[in-house]
Design a protein around this ligand. Structure first.
Ligand code: RP5
Length: 168
């Protein structure tokens, strides 16, 4: 059975950004669940979720958290599933606080950290991980890359025409 992706947010205030991850997973037909759990406010719930995630059919966990963002690290401490961290831009520090807290994990407990607010890439990375054992997903990823290549080539062609007009 296809594995699901868990998206855990430190707060419901993270949802506007996290929606981008949900959209990507939906596009790829990957099942997912979204929950609010906090490393600081509900540490037991976060730990329990991570401990049982594999048995509950999840293949990857995405953790979105802002400020002193320990959520990805706490989830990763309790599971051997891959954990992807999204540092949220939720304070005057523009997400640098969350980026450093998420990315600077000690040896032995990795959290694959994407860009600040990089929810779409977190979902794509999760799909890439699941695609290692799912050929339908690998084909969809290859199609996506081919479309991207075509779009950029078209943009470059349009640019060349604009430049030609500009200097003629
Ligand atoms: C973090 O603190 C959350 O992930 C959120 O990004 C930030 C602010 O949370 P709220 O005060 O809006 O609940 O734990």
């Amino acid at each position: 059975m296809a594995k699901k992706v868990a998206i855990i947010m430190g707060s419901d205030s993270d949802l506007p950004v996290v929606k981008e991850a949900a959209k990507e997973l939906k596009n790829f037909g990957v099942e997912f669940e979204i929950h609010v759990m906090s490393a600081h406010r509900t540490p037991e719930a976060a730990a329990d979720f991570a401990k049982n995630a594999s048995d509950n059919g999840f293949g990857v966990i995405i953790a979105a958290a802002g400020m002193a963002a320990h959520l990805g690290g706490v989830l990763a401490a309790y599971t051997i599933l891959p954990v992807i961290g999204i540092p949220m831009e939720s304070t005057r520090l523009d997400g640098i606080d969350a980026l450093l807290a998420t990315v600077q994990m000690p040896k032995g407990v990795p959290v694959a950290t994407v860009a600040i607010n990089g929810a779409a890439n977190a979902a794509l990375l999760a799909v890439q991980i699941l695609a290692l054992s799912d050929s339908t997903l690998s084909e969809k990823l290859s199609d996506m890359k081919a479309k991207m290549k075509k779009t950029i080539a078209e943009k470059d062609q349009k640019l060349q025409e604009e430049i030609k007009n500009l200097i003629s």
